[in-house]
Ligand binder design. Structure first.
Ligand SMILES: [Fe+2]
Ligand SMILES: [Fe+2]
Length: 277
């Protein structure tokens, strides 16, 4: 599986940045909170993998790493553009981005590169899980605004395409054994806590900053159902999250490559939307 860098731009109407999701601002801001994590988060992933690049001997993996970095760089660039719309709408996007940068810079400076790579593969597993949840059920977006949907689908498909690259780097450069297993799973536990606390924090801050346009009761119940209901995002994450703790786990154990057949059609669709037909 060779990840391909796709240089795309999206049609994101600025006036809908706080309310592009079919189910209203509460769920829109859940995705917006995730978007605020990407520019700094993906920079962290690229740096963690780049650190080990010179130790990779397999030419196929070397090419995959190039594709991985190319894709994450494009994601980062497009999420910066998306997050600028949040800033322009008067929301604290820049403050939250700076705060995350401060934390991740400390992490890069003071933690071992192997721990940073362990965090990267844990977060890549999260992005792959979230991507599969989106791709497997189009009703999660329903009739949401097209340009925004396309951007999230593009990101989800490419996260699926490169889901094993950082993990294969991990397997290639970290000595196998119980220590490697404990580092990988320990990093998943700490990452789980940090990641979801940060998403919750960013989500709440966006909702508070945008409180004038957020209709409280109805939107709140919809959000609870979307995130925690029987078919919600969090219950759906549990099994794939647990699989990560299997000693011989590999991201392609869950083979969902058939999703990637949708990429070419999506790219065409994105071009059409941008040209306005
Ligand atoms: Fe990404
Ligand atoms: Fe990724």
């Amino acid at each position: 599986m060779l990840p391909i860098r796709r240089d795309l731009h999206f049609d994101l109407p600025a006036e809908r940045i706080t309310d592009w999701h079919e189910q209203g601002p509460f769920i829109t801001h859940f995705f917006n909170a995730l978007s605020l994590l990407f520019p700094q988060g993906e920079l962290f992933f690229m740096d963690s993998v780049r650190h080990y690049r010179s130790r990779i001997e397999d030419p196929a993996l070397k090419k995959q790493v190039l594709g991985f970095i190319g894709q994450e760089a494009m994601h980062s660039r497009e999420h910066v553009a998306y997050n600028n719309l949040l800033h322009a709408a008067g929301l604290p996007a820049r403050t939250l981005d700076r705060r995350l940068k401060f934390i991740l810079d400390l992490q890069k400076k003071h933690c071992a590169p192997s721990f940073n790579l362990a965090i990267t593969i844990a977060l890549e597993h999260y992005t792959a899980i979230l991507a599969e949840i989106l791709l497997s059920d189009p009703s999660r977006f329903g009739a949401s605004l097209k340009g925004y949907q396309q951007m999230w689908y593009w990101h989800a498909l490419e996260e699926t395409e490169h889901k094993a690259v950082a993990f294969d780097v991990w397997n290639a450069v970290i000595k196998p054994g119980p220590k490697r297993y404990l580092l990988r799973t320990g990093a998943m536990l700490s990452t789980t806590l940090f990641f979801w606390l940060t998403v919750l924090d960013f989500h709440v801050r966006l909702l508070i900053a945008d409180r004038k346009s957020v209709g409280f009761l109805k939107g709140f119940w919809r959000m609870l159902k979307f995130l925690y209901g029987p078919k919600g995002v969090f219950p759906r994450m549990l099994m794939p999250w647990l699989h990560y703790f299997k000693p011989g786990f590999h991201p392609w154990d869950h083979d969902n490559r058939e999703r990637l057949a949708a990429i070419d059609g999506l790219v065409e669709d994105i071009e059409h939307t941008r040209r306005g037909y």
